[in-house]
Design a protein around this ligand. Structure first.
Ligand SMILES: [Zn+2]
Length: 198
């Protein structure tokens, strides 16, 4: 069946989203243009606004409305603790669980030479620059060889900076490759409580 050009275009764009197959893309496109309740204009403008206005916090690397995010600028957060995560999704999962009162640092990936992710491509240097007054760096990285390598490299750099910073690692009982996002809030909290020391 030949689809109208503009409809086909819409389907193609939706299909580029992660986790969306051709059938779902068709269904979503149809919903957006053919349902009374749908408001494609609101969706389009929210999307453009978010893309245009959001920035990355200059300290932690999280998405932010301003140059410095709400967490980094809050006086309620314990600035002596930084939790290192691979990506913003993991940070949001921990934040949603609502037990951690320190700061975060989003690496933006883990070192993986095979995928051309070398140590200068993730935010390690920015982490080292934030270590003034920090007493503990907690690593909440996924269980993978790449995450282990990343941890070892960062550990070395922190030790070069200071040997007085406590380094801990969260042991989340997740299968290798699974995201921190998969853990429920209670499991996350327990794994933080049972973090081990290096
Ligand atoms: Zn921040």
């Amino acid at each position: 069946m030949k689809l109208p050009k503009d409809f086909k275009n819409l389907v193609n764009e939706i299909e580029k989203l992660p986790g969306i197959g051709q059938k779902s893309a068709l269904r979503l496109a149809l919903y957006l243009v053919d349902t009374q309740d749908a408001n494609p204009y609101a969706l389009a403008s929210a999307l453009v606004r978010a893309k245009d206005n959001l920035q990355y916090c200059k300290y932690c690397g999280a998405l932010s409305d301003n140059e410095v995010c709400e967490i980094c600028s809050s006086s309620d957060r314990d600035k002596t603790k930084i939790c290192v995560v691979e990506n913003i999704i993991d940070m949001l999962a921990i934040e949603r669980a609502n037990f951690f009162d320190g700061l975060y640092h989003v690496l933006g990936g883990v070192i993986s030479p095979l995928d051309d992710v070398t140590e200068d491509k993730i935010r390690i240097r920015q982490l080292i620059m934030r270590l003034d007054n920090v007493r503990e760096v907690i690593f909440a990285l996924p269980a993978s060889l790449e995450a282990d390598t990343t941890f070892l490299i960062i550990k070395e750099k922190i030790h070069q900076y200071s040997t007085n910073i406590k380094l801990t690692r969260v042991a989340i009982g997740l299968p290798v490759g699974a995201n921190i996002d998969y853990a429920d809030p209670l499991t996350l909290m327990q794994s933080f409580e049972n973090r081990y020391h290096f």
